[in-house]
Design a protein around this ligand. Sequence first.
Ligand SMILES: CSC[C@@H](O)[C@@H](O)C(=O)COP(=O)(O)O
Length: 364
Amino acid sequence: MKVNGTPYRSLWWDSTKAALQIIDQRWLPYDFRIQQLDTVAEYATAITDMHVRGAPLIGATAAYGMALAMAQDPSDAALDRTWDLLHATRPTAINLRWALDRSRAALAPLPPSARADAALRLAHEIADEDVEINRRIGEHGLTLIREIAARKPVGEPVRLLTHCNAGWIATVDWGTATSPMYQAHDAGIPLHVWVDETRPRNQGALTSWELGSHGISHSYITDNAGGHLMQQGQVDMVITGTDRTTRQGDVCNKIGTYLKALAARDNNVPFYVALPSPTIDWTVTDGLSEIPIEARNPREVTHVQGTTSSGEIGVIQVTPEGTPAANPAFDVTPNRLVTGLITERGICAATAEALAEMFPDLAG
Ligand SMILES: CSC[C@@H](O)[C@@H](O)C(=O)COP(=O)(O)O
């Protein structure tokens, strides 16, 4: 997507420097900074500290991390060490393990001398596949938006609500939940997007930055406003992303997603999840008992980053000194609350049967 008129992906390989370039998301939406990752340790920090974030982007970054590691030391020991180091960075998004497993499975049978080139080719492949998956999710999601638009008086916007940032910067491009929004807007369908703030990291500010850059009408709202807006008939559909979806369609996503699903069910608002197939964890069934939920630093709750009136980026404390805080970063929405899953192959019910039918080659 474009930043100030220039097309970007959220990461790209600079072949003259033989290094990955990322958009350092810690500074968005206030400042657009690019960072080069030169060591495997820098890759690990970039994922843990959320320079890059969003399930698909974490996976793609890890694949490039493997490529860098293989260029420096293509031994079996380095392969395993890099897998372990990068896998330990964040526990919830399954795309991380998916990308690392895919890399290791492809590289381990090769002679060490062939691993560096193969790892880089594979990382490019994973990145390109992600873009295509998200483009297709957008096409399928667009059909839902068109159906809603067709029931409205001409010119009246379709009102969507989204949580967190499942946008292009959370993927390599397009985003998952935002891809249908971009494609609907580009098709001339009037839209208005309610953007949940998504405390504590305020990923909604990233979504607002993205939508604003693309000219999509939106309002940034507090996390508690969604239920009220649904009661008032102001939301036609909820679309969120996911960090891990189980084989029976339970959806793990950013903390607060579950409450939106509950409010949507109570108000007969369709609740859809944009789901790229690498985000399905076919090894788990029950999301509540089987998905590890990341507990992040409580400081993310007690402190908030923003800009001052003079434009400086700063952090302020919002609680009394020493206030204990808890910071569970994700929650699980049981499949019964999910209207449908928008995948790259089409839209299906959030059930074991429908997912297995949609992905017979992956379901096992
Ligand atoms: C297309 S991104 C889908 C999810 O990864 C997204 O909704 C989300 O929860 C991101 O969490 P984050 O903690 O910002 O990495």
